[in-house]
Design a protein around this ligand. Structure first.
Ligand SMILES: [Cu+2]
Length: 309
């Protein structure tokens, strides 16, 4: 039976905590386009909702525990290998039981699990307690693209559907040329709009196989199951475009069915939905294009061309 000096353990925990904190501090929303990895990024994408923020904090918290345990075990192993190597310790001890140690290595892991379980259940409660919605949208997974239906409530208040397909590399290059940051494999032809700081319920289903509706900066990830309706909710706290991908292996073009949600001012959202309900897709597209330029910090396409020079 050996004793680890307490300062050794404290030192290991301090190193682990510092590493965890460094992970936690990485990534505040510098640019409005979120949901994909950026150069030099450590950790998860910047959160845009309370749920995502809580997920990121929980991720960092668990990471600190993992790092601390790993370093502690590594430290013990190195200590044992050096201290009890054959040349220094030719006659090994025959000790088999140590009550205090056995109680400790049972109780400590239990305490660690309880410490993880409490914030974990709190997070699940937050994710699955749906606040009263301001906007309800139905996402429909298809092999291999997404449709989003904005259901109307009266004959005048018409239902409309937005069909989103991934942009080709040529289309992405064209957009980038016009000054709008456009990520490959994530940008779509028709983005869906939601108002900022409003509760959105996303009802999710599928037309064919199981897909998954995911926007990581929203903390939303839910299976799209044919013949069933699942739901996720989010309340984005700032404007911008948020990308996600189908996250359930669904077939050949699984990697090519991204989701793009643009979070805009209520006023812009109202104009866009009015245009969509009136069947004026041209006007709706103009609104989307204008807000995309605005989010990219560009006043007009002419300005963007100027910036390129
Ligand atoms: Cu899919």
């Amino acid at each position: 039976m050996t004793t680890t000096r307490p300062w050794t353990l404290l030192g290991l925990v301090a190193i682990a905590a510092a590493a965890g904190a460094a992970i936690g501090f990485a990534g505040s929303p510098a640019f409005a386009a979120q949901g994909y990895a950026t150069p030099g990024q450590i950790g998860l994408p910047a959160p845009a909702t309370e749920v995502a923020r809580e997920i990121n904090q929980f991720y960092d918290f668990v990471n600190i525990i993992i790092i601390a345990i790993t370093l502690f075990v590594l430290g013990l192993m190195i200590y044992v290998m050096v201290r009890f190597r054959e040349s220094k310790n030719p006659v090994p001890s025959k000790t088999t039981h140590n009550t205090l140690l056995e109680v400790a290595w049972t109780v400590v892991p239990i305490l660690i699990l309880v410490a993880i379980a409490i914030p974990s259940f709190k997070l699940l409660m937050l994710q699955y307690t749906y606040p009263k919605p301001d906007v309800t949208i139905k996402a429909i997974g298809n092999a291999w693209f997404w449709e989003h239906e904005y259901p109307g409530t009266t004959p005048e208040d018409k239902t409309f559907t937005v069909t989103s397909n991934m942009l080709s590399d040529e289309e992405v290059a064209e957009k980038v040329k016009s000054g709008i940051p456009t990520p490959r494999l994530l940008a779509v032809d028709n983005e869906i709009l939601v108002p900022v700081n409003k509760v959105v319920h996303m009802l999710v289903t599928s037309n064919d196989v199981i897909h998954n509706w995911t926007i990581q900066p929203f903390g939303s990830k839910i299976d799209a199951v044919p013949g069933r309706l699942t739901a996720t909710w989010f309340r984005p706290e700032y404007e911008g475009v948020f990308y996600g991908q189908c996250s359930e292996l669904c077939g050949m073009n699984h990697a090519f069915m991204p989701i793009a949600v643009r979070v805009v001012k209520q006023e812009t959202y109202d104009q866009w939905t009015a245009a969509m309900k009136a069947g004026d897709r041209k006007k709706a597209k103009e609104i989307t294009d204008r807000v995309a330029l605005d989010h990219a910090g560009i006043k007009s396409v002419a300005d963007a061309a100027e910036q390129q020079r």
